[in-house]
Design a protein around this ligand. Structure first.
Ligand code: KG4
Ligand code: ZN
Length: 328
């Protein structure tokens, strides 16, 4: 059994997962409300909160898995990318759990976790597959032939899709994190009300969301006092543009790579319109779609354990000097 920790951003997460990918527990303590008043994650506050929560969340994960540290065979932890102070809390905690028991420790890249989240049970995806990862910090298309790694086929040239959701939400006066708020409000609006740009830069599979963000800014500004009454329409049209760009690239990638299976990952994969559009696309193309449940799309430690299953562990004491890294 693997005990995994994830503290790269504002969620303190611990999970117990078997070597076969069965999730025994997946504990998440979100700091969302703590950062909401600042309109975004404050790194210093996130680090301090991880320090306060990590032991309790780890204990919770062990208890929910009906196990104890004595039964854990290896520890995994996110070492990159993310907020450096936040990552360091997880890495130090993981060392503290593994070293006294002489357990192996597996350093995991957070993005690898998002890419292989759908290899967890039940119904694990089999390679080869394409994964669209859309989160608050990253947006890219990955091809997976062997879950030990992945090839990036295309990525955002500016903002991540989740960032576009969060910044858009802020312009609409919604609270942080904005994705779920826009998702909710969009259901009450008309997605055809505003014609926002769907930027598909270049001939490859890259994304761009900064122009769209500016278009929303101008629309809100032009509406002035009338913007308030049109919030749902703005949210629906804005969300439609983000989803359309993601789906267009996913469709192109499937056509180019000729893979039989597709997975979604990252926090934006929790978006209801994206999930529906991906289902429609994949049904039309005759490929199998794997969308993990929302709690495996947003940041979590089960996906870190998933990636650890395909990553070489470090033996004691080789990991004592392991450092976190802000970049992959
Ligand atoms: O993967 P994640 O939890 O953290 C990062 O690695 O960044 O993704 C967080 C992002 C945030 O930008 C949040 O607004 C977005 O995922 N998100 C959503 C939804 N739920 C979370 N975006 C759109 N619709 C949602 N339902
Ligand atoms: Zn993430």
């Amino acid at each position: 059994m693997i005990l995994a920790l994830e503290t790269s951003c504002d969620d303190t997460c611990a999970a117990v997962v078997t070597a076969e990918g069965e999730i025994r527990s997946n504990a998440i303590s979100s700091q969302g409300l703590l950062h909401a008043r600042y309109g975004g994650v404050v790194p210093e506050i996130a680090s301090r909160r991880h320090v306060e929560l990590v032991d309790a969340v780890t204990a919770d994960a062990l208890e929910r898995a009906e196990t104890s540290l004595d039964e854990i065979e290896s520890v995994a932890v996110t070492r990159s990318p993310g907020l450096i102070g936040a990552l360091l809390v997880g890495v130090a905690s993981a060392k503290g759990l593994a070293a006294p028991r002489r357990l192996p420790l597996t350093p995991v890249d957070h993005l690898h976790g998002h890419v292989v989240a759908s290899t967890l049970q039940p119904g694990p995806i089999e390679p080869p597959y394409l994964c669209l990862v859309a989160s608050g910090g990253h947006t890219f298309l990955a091809r997976v032939d062997d879950p030990a790694g992945y090839a990036v086929l295309g990525q955002t040239l500016d903002d991540a899709a989740g960032e576009a959701f969060d910044k858009g939400a802020r312009m609409l006066g919604l609270s942080y994190p904005g994705g779920p708020e826009v998702d909710r409000l969009a259901r009450e609006g008309d997605a055809d009300a505003f014609d926002f740009p769907r930027s598909l830069p270049g001939d490859g599979l890259d994304f761009s969301f900064s122009g769209l963000k500016t278009a929303l800014l101008y629309a809100v500004r032009d509406l002035g006092d009338g913007a308030e009454a049109r919030r749902a329409d703005l949210a629906a049209s804005y969300q439609r543009a983000i989803v359309a760009a993601l789906i267009a690239r996913l469709g192109q990638a499937v056509g180019r790579e000729k893979v039989p299976r597709v997975a979604l990952g990252g926090g934006v994969a929790a978006n209801s319109e994206l999930r529906e559009a991906a289902e429609e696309l994949c049904a039309g193309l005759g490929v199998e779609l794997h969308v993990p449940p929302p709690e495996l799309c947003t940041d979590n430690a089960a996906m870190i354990a998933a990636a650890a299953r395909f990553t070489d562990p470090l033996d004691y004491p080789d990991y004592l000097g392991l450092d976190a890294a802000a970049r992959s």
